[in-house]
Design a protein around this ligand. Structure first.
Ligand code: ZN
Length: 167
């Protein structure tokens, strides 16, 4: 993705108020981000580990989403991240939910998906990070295609989040 400034990141959030967006804790190493190799920007709030953020380049420019991680319940099991399609064992994948952009009627509506618990998908997609002790699906596609697929999956999630219910 192309490099984004702090202001662009703060303005990109579609499911929180501008006031909240101003208070979001940005990733610490923003200046050192290797943007060219990133499928999207994903990070866990350094102050509240149950909040995460995703910012992706979409057809409408950069769009960001605030996510909430659901605590694990029951026995941990192997699961696949819906963004980067990485398999993780144990608690490596978590259920994340995003509030739909606020309208009065749909204020409490949200959309959930299973994602890498550390939101490190951009690194997993290019094999810069690998989960330990679990075999991945055999794939023949290139790293570049995996990166592309990951950003497509993120963009699709953002589109679904913005879809209005037809009822
Ligand atoms: Zn992932």
């Amino acid at each position: 993705m192309r490099p984004l400034s702090e202001t662009e990141i703060r303005h990109s959030f579609i499911n929180c108020s501008q006031g909240e967006a101003q208070r979001i804790h940005l990733p610490g190493q923003l200046a050192r981000t290797d943007w060219g190799s990133q499928a999207f920007l994903g990070w866990i709030d350094p102050k509240s580990p149950h909040r995460g953020y995703v910012v992706a380049e979409t057809a409408n420019g950069p769009e960001g989403v605030v996510l909430h991680r659901t605590p694990h319940r029951g026995k941990p099991m192997a699961q696949m991240c819906q963004f980067c399609l990485t398999l993780h064992g144990g608690t490596g994948v978590s259920m994340y939910s995003a509030q739909r952009p606020a309208t009065k009627k749909e204020r409490y509506s949200s959309l959930g998906t299973y994602l890498c618990s550390d939101l490190g998908c951009a690194d997993y997609a290019v094999s810069r990070k690998r989960p330990e002790g679990i075999r991945q699906m055999e794939e023949t596609i290139t790293i570049e295609d995996r990166k592309e697929r990951t950003s497509d999956n993120v963009e699709r999630f953002i589109l679904r989040l913005k879809e209005r219910s037809r009822s």
